[in-house]
Design a protein around this ligand. Structure first.
Ligand code: SAM
Length: 335
């Protein structure tokens, strides 16, 4: 059988048709695209008249894409080079938000830009900053002690060889500062099994990227603040790419859609009322056709909820559940 040769394309917005059918931009409204990226979702929404998009992206490289969309759609697109954890700082006035979308992680364009150091093929100084960061992977690998490194690798990457890799990093960095190639080599030498389905450095790179970009805090506070500013009847839609992200989103959506008290500390008079209505029980995943065209979409999972009502103090149970991960990210205070 002949292999299909796909046309070279930079970026495919993941699960785009499924998202459009959930958020129904044909009826107009104000949409927040928390992860603008290459503007794939924003442009599609703006193609429908009577829509407005308020977009966020932490990567300043997205500014030029936003400007080109402004030429086509004018002030219907407002771009903020900010982190989405700042959603609650938006000055909305009387504006009602109909839908808030998160398409988590990094874009193909970012991973292709080797200077960002997100890929195993990057060279030289470790980086992994997506934008608006306080420190880089170089600081983490070359400054934190072996106990902190092992915790980061274990809890954010679920790597079985976390301790071994952390020890080897400490040993090697006493001779020379560790760069991207050194780190990949260290990981390779710590892995005994040779037939890994994924690159041996995948989990450690994931852990470092999450830590450098504080992705757990961003997601948790992004979801909390999105819930606060969304109108009752509005939707939150999230696309995740790995199990840690999906676990957080699933817990938040599910636990806030089940009739029970929101916190054991705050007896809530609304305790018999749900914050959300769950979209579907199971996540929506890409079709085989989409995966054929865009293999990177294979791990995507889409979940969504509709906000039922405004409820105050809903977040303590959520924060408590993932506090151990927030504490891992707080190790960055040592840098
Ligand atoms: C998967 S891409 C989004 C692609 C986009 N949906 C599209 O169709 O072009 C994820 C984007 O989210 C951005 N991002 C990740 N975490 C962020 C955060 N906490 N705040 C703002 N932007 C973030 C990244 O810089 C990246 O551009």
């Amino acid at each position: 059988m002949n292999a299909t040769i796909l046309p070279e394309k930079n970026h495919y917005p993941v699960l785009l048709n499924e998202i459009i059918s959930i958020i129904t931009p044909q009826y107009g409204g104000t949409f927040i695209d928390c992860t603008f990226g290459q503007g794939g979702y924003s442009a599609e929404i703006l193609n429908y008249s009577n829509t407005k998009v308020i977009a966020f992206d932490r990567d300043p490289d997205c500014l030029k894409i936003a400007k080109s969309l402004n030429k086509k759609f004018g002030k219907r697109l407002i771009f903020n080079n900010k982190k989405f954890s700042n959603l609650d700082k938006l000055k909305l006035g009387s504006e009602k938000i109909d839908t808030i979308i998160f398409d988590l992680g990094y874009s193909y364009t970012q991973i292709k830009d080797l200077s960002k150091g997100l890929s195993f093929n990057s060279q030289g100084k470790l980086n992994m900053k997506m934008g608006l960061n306080d420190f880089s992977a170089d600081d983490v690998i070359n400054k934190l002690d072996k106990f902190d490194l092992a915790k980061i690798f274990k809890f954010l990457g679920d790597d079985k060889d976390s301790k071994k890799i952390a020890n080897k990093i400490i040993k090697n960095r006493s001779k020379k500062k560790i760069n991207t190639e050194d780190l990949v080599k260290i990981i390779q030498t710590c892995k005994i099994r040779k037939n890994y389905k994924i690159h041996v450095a995948t989990k450690i790179f994931q852990a470092l990227r999450i830590f450098v970009n504080k992705e757990i805090s961003e997601l948790i506070f992004g979801l909390i603040n999105a819930t606060k500013i969304l109108k009752p009847g509005g939707k939150i839609v999230v696309v995740t790419f790995h199990s840690l992200e999906d676990k957080i989103v699933k817990f938040f959506f599910k636990s806030m859609s089940e009739k029970k008290s929101f916190s054991r500390y705050v007896p809530d008079i609304n305790s018999q009322e749900n914050l959300f209505k769950l979209g579907f029980k199971k996540p929506i995943i890409p079709s085989n056709e989409e995966i054929n065209v865009n293999p990177a979409s294979r791990s995507a999972k889409l979940r969504f909820v509709t906000k039922e009502r405004n409820i105050s103090k809903f977040e303590s149970q959520f924060l408590e559940k993932f506090n151990h991960l927030l504490e891992i990210e707080n190790l960055s205070k040592k840098l």
